[in-house]
Design a protein around this ligand. Structure first.
Ligand SMILES: NC(=O)C1=CN([C@@H]2O[C@H](COP(=O)(O)OP(=O)(O)OC[C@H]3O[C@@H](n4cnc5c(N)ncnc54)[C@H](OP(=O)(O)O)[C@@H]3O)[C@@H](O)[C@H]2O)C=CC1
Ligand SMILES: O=C(CO)COP(=O)(O)O
Length: 440
């Protein structure tokens, strides 16, 4: 090889190495920027969150805490009450009883209690599903929660506050776990807010995930999330409910887990409605993914960690309820899409569909606080303002240029920013040579 050729080759090698180094540095700087961005968002979420009370488990004199070391292996040491004899309360009480926990299901109706105790079945909400014979039933609230370690609440959100008021005189150190997925009418309170207000001293958690009650009764493998600041309580719930068919994961993002379960009901209604219009798979995927974007945006604005929405209580529950007739919210949406009024659909369902109220709460809160929630607003317009679904859907499609994942590439959600973007794009189209050629 001549000297000149060798020098050229060396120079080319050097140039390649320097280009590679530059591109690595650029990639690193972009990753650093994104990590910084995410850390900022999480930091902001943590700051806007209600201050977390560091709970001292020893202050709560429950056997759950005392028995901690044995609990994971020995759920039979746990004494539980489940309040609410609908499909989910019954399914959870049955799981715990099957695990050997001493479990009482409280149901408000005396005749239902008698029938369940006799038939070992919840004929109204889970007909045909045999319940574990060790499960106890009661319509006496004080007796049901006396000497229990954990009280699970599975009443609809509209009855949640009153139920807490009812149990307050009998609370002697029991921990509470909310299974309810909704928001209180008019106050926008989540169940954890209501617990903090009504029973500020109790140790509590919230449980949420893709948990269609009927599938759990059929022993189809499922998973859920228990979120609590108290590790002993998280472990106790895991011990009480974990089985070969049901896995309980843990989190300390109470707000995120709770919001996942409440918000997904809105989108289950939207998906049920979309299904009535026979939309394609692309459309369903778009709706589901943009729903997730809305959920995490709303979550961040109200103090949740956006990453929680990637877990079982977010993506998981969206997936389970947005594509299944087993979801009551999906069924409501489907009936609406087929032309039924909201009142007629709720009456026909005859069970709890939390999304009907949640749409109104979130629409109001997002409008008031300026949180960009186009799917929720669109659904509200169709259901409560009698707007034509097709027109509303077309408007959604024309809602301007947005970034895909705003935590990766942030964008301005304001109407002014959006209008400016649309006008600029329009002006560009009119000015471009191709557009003038085409118009000639
Ligand atoms: N079903 C599911 O797959 C899941 C449901 N959830 C959540 O659990 C909560 C309960 O839902 P679910 O069990 O399905 O609801 P259901 O509609 O199946 O049952 C509701 C139950 O609550 C009782 N109830 C209603 N109002 C009151 C009240 N004021 N005081 C006491 N009890 C009352 C009803 O009693 P009565 O029959 O006498 O009216 C019934 O037993 C909801 O927030 C839901 O989102 C969470 C995960 C899964
Ligand atoms: O939350 C649920 C499953 O995870 C139940 O959904 P529905 O309330 O829509 O039936």
């Amino acid at each position: 090889m001549t000297n000149a050729k060798k020098t050229n080759k060396d120079a080319a090698k050097k140039a390649d190495a320097s280009a590679e180094a530059k591109s690595k540095a650029a990639a690193k700087s972009s990753a650093d920027k994104q990590n910084g961005l995410l850390a900022g968002i999480i930091g902001r979420a943590a700051k806007t969150a209600r201050p977390r009370r560091k709970l001292d488990p020893s202050a709560v004199a429950v056997d759950v805490v005392k028995n901690m070391p044995q609990l994971p292996k020995d759920p039979t040491k746990l004494r539980l009450a489940v309040l609410g004899g609908g499909s989910f309360g019954t399914a959870m009480a049955n799981l715990a009883a099957k695990n050997g926990c001493d479990t009482t299901l409280w149901v408000r109706n005396k005749r239902t209690v008698k029938s369940m105790a006799k038939l070992h079945m919840n004929k109204k909400y889970l007909p045909g599903h045999k319940l574990d014979e060790r499960l106890h039933y009661s319509h006496d609230l004080a007796a049901a929660i006396k000497d229990k370690d954990i009280i699970f609440l599975a009443v609809p959100s509209m009855a949640f506050r009153q139920t807490l008021k009812n149990i307050k005189p009998f609370i002697t150190g029991q921990a509470l776990v909310s299974l309810t997925k909704g928001m209180e009418k008019d106050t926008f309170a989540l169940m954890s807010d209501i617990i903090r207000e009504e029973l500020p001293e109790v140790n509590f958690g919230v449980m949420s995930g893709p948990n269609l009650a009927v599938e759990i009764m059929q022993n189809m493998p499922s998973a859920t999330v228990i979120a609590s600041d108290s590790e002993p309580l998280r472990h106790a719930v895991q011990a009480a409910l974990h089985s070969a068919f049901f896995r309980v994961f843990a989190s300390d993002d109470i707000r995120g887990v709770e919001l996942g379960g409440a918000l997904k009901n809105i989108y289950a209604i939207a998906m049920g409605m979309a299904a009535a219009y026979d939309v394609g798979e692309n459309t369903k995927a778009m709706l589901l993914t943009r729903a997730l974007a809305e959920m995490s945006r709303f979550g961040v604005e109200t103090g949740a960690n956006p990453l929680t929405f990637l877990g079982l209580s977010g993506v998981g529950d969206l997936y389970a309820t947005c594509g299944s007739e087993l979801s009551r919210n999906y069924r409501i949406g489907n009936m609406l899409g087929r032309g039924m009024s909201i009142d007629a659909a709720v009456k026909k369902l005859g069970q709890t569909a939390e999304g009907v109220n949640t749409i109104q709460q979130v629409h109001e809160k997002a409008s008031k606080d300026g949180i960009y929630m186009p799917i929720t607003h669109a659904l509200y317009a169709v259901i409560y303002e009698d707007k034509a679904a097709l027109g509303v859907a077309l408007n959604l499609m024309e809602a301007g240029f947005r970034s895909d994942v705003e935590f990766v590439m942030p964008h301005d959600h304001s109407n002014a920013a959006l209008r400016a973007q649309m006008q600029a794009a329009q002006a560009e189209r009119t000015d471009s040579p191709t557009s003038s050629k085409a118009s000639k």
